[in-house]
Design a binder for this molecule. Structure first.
Ligand code: FES
Length: 177
């Protein structure tokens, strides 16, 4: 067997390095979307705390103690490349230094609940579900669970919520993804 010439050795070395560079490129290209998916989901769910999409509902001073108040918001929905918007209502009740915040979407089949002051309850007219001021489901309601509370905080004197949609019909709250 003949010895490899210096030219052949150089060619082999070059091809070897080329394979490493190409392999690293392909590996990186495959790893990036996985990384993006994992981090993107962590951000969407707000596990880091500061990356949540906090929506202002107004100054805390504007809410009357114990009285359910409806706040309207518009949220942006992205489905792939398609963007649309949706008008939503959030019910807020001030309780001392804290708040109750519920989406107005009925957990039964998604109609909107309204506060009925004379009956002291939220009511969904679609299939007669009723909820007390704390969002608990009243007996005889079609809904399998109480109203869905939204995460909230007070920042710079303003009440803020994280709006989410939840699956219908289930006895426990589950985020719709
Ligand atoms: S959608 Fe509310 S009771 Fe059915």
């Amino acid at each position: 067997m003949s010895e490899l010439s210096e030219v052949d050795k150089t060619k082999r070395l070059f091809m070897g390095l080329g394979s490493i560079v190409i392999g690293a490129g392909i590996g990186g290209a495959l790893a990036y979307p996985i990384f993006q998916f994992a981090v993107g989901n962590a951000l969407k769910t707000g596990e880091g705390g500061e990356d949540k999409n906090w929506i202002d509902l107004g100054s805390v001073a504007d809410f009357e103690e114990g009285k359910p108040t409806a706040k309207k918001i518009t949220i942006e929905i992205r489905d792939g490349w398609v963007k649309s918007s949706s008008d939503e209502t959030i019910w807020v009740v001030k309780r001392g230094n804290d708040f109750l915040t519920f989406t107005a979407t009925c957990p039964h089949l998604g109609c909107k609940v309204n506060w009925i002051p004379e009956r002291n309850e939220y009511f969904c007219p679609c299939h007669n579900s009723a909820f007390d001021v704390s969002g608990e489901k009243k007996p005889g309601s079609a809904s399998a669970r109480g109203l869905d509370a939204l995460e909230h905080r007070v920042a710079d004197g303003k009440l803020q919520v994280v709006f989410q949609k939840f699956k219908n019909l289930l006895p426990t709250k589950e985020v719709f993804s």
